[in-house]
Design a protein around this ligand. Sequence first.
Ligand SMILES: CC(C)(COP(=O)(O)OP(=O)(O)OC[C@H]1O[C@@H](n2cnc3c(N)ncnc32)[C@H](O)[C@@H]1OP(=O)(O)O)[C@@H](O)C(=O)NCCC(=O)NCCS
Length: 179
Amino acid sequence: MPEFVTITSERLDYRPLREEDMETYVRLRNEASYRRWFYFQDPPTLASAAREIREMQEKSKRRIDLLREAFDSGLYLKATGELIGTVSLNKFHGPEEELEHVEIGYGIGEAYQCRGYATEAAGAAVRWGLLRLRELGAEPVITGCAEHENWASRKVLEKTGFSFVCAKQYVSMYIITGA
Ligand SMILES: CC(C)(COP(=O)(O)OP(=O)(O)OC[C@H]1O[C@@H](n2cnc3c(N)ncnc32)[C@H](O)[C@@H]1OP(=O)(O)O)[C@@H](O)C(=O)NCCC(=O)NCCS
């Protein structure tokens, strides 16, 4: 069954980005509030976004192995169909062995921030991810990590039910486990 079918929440639809979303996606990724925390990544261009979207479309046709590959989803407003952000679960290779977990990531467009969308999406992705990890026979654990001063992201993790674990050089580490 395609993965996206099983992820739902009140105000958001979860599906892979489509070709027609390319310009919106590039705009969202180039916004100042996103670049502030992802300064170390090159912002996507139309060409790199097209590749990412093709890959997301390909992956959406099969069950992915969360332990080996990333899950990325567009977040669409149910009310209007607009693309407002993304949520992802990525294999996180931390600086130390014990930090090798699946890590959550999210970004919400500036026009839609502070309305609870990231918290809603993180909750849905975590519920789905923990179940999926269990199905894969893995420990149901998801890590969250945000730069110390990224208060909005830290708040999202806390509201989603993550617990603070420790502070590393640049980031605060959080964890959530399945019941
Ligand atoms: C982090 C991010 C995804 C949050 O999205 P969002 O949809 O606005 O999040 P929510 O509305 O669910 O929750 C945000 C919470 O942070 C709070 N917040 C926002 N900015 C804040 C700040 N500067 N200081 C303290 N709290 C802040 C909001 O008030 C809200 O808490 P509340 O519900 O108790 O009022 C969004 O700011 C973003 O895309 N940032 C850039 C990308 C990023 O940092 N991703 C995470 C990388 S670790």
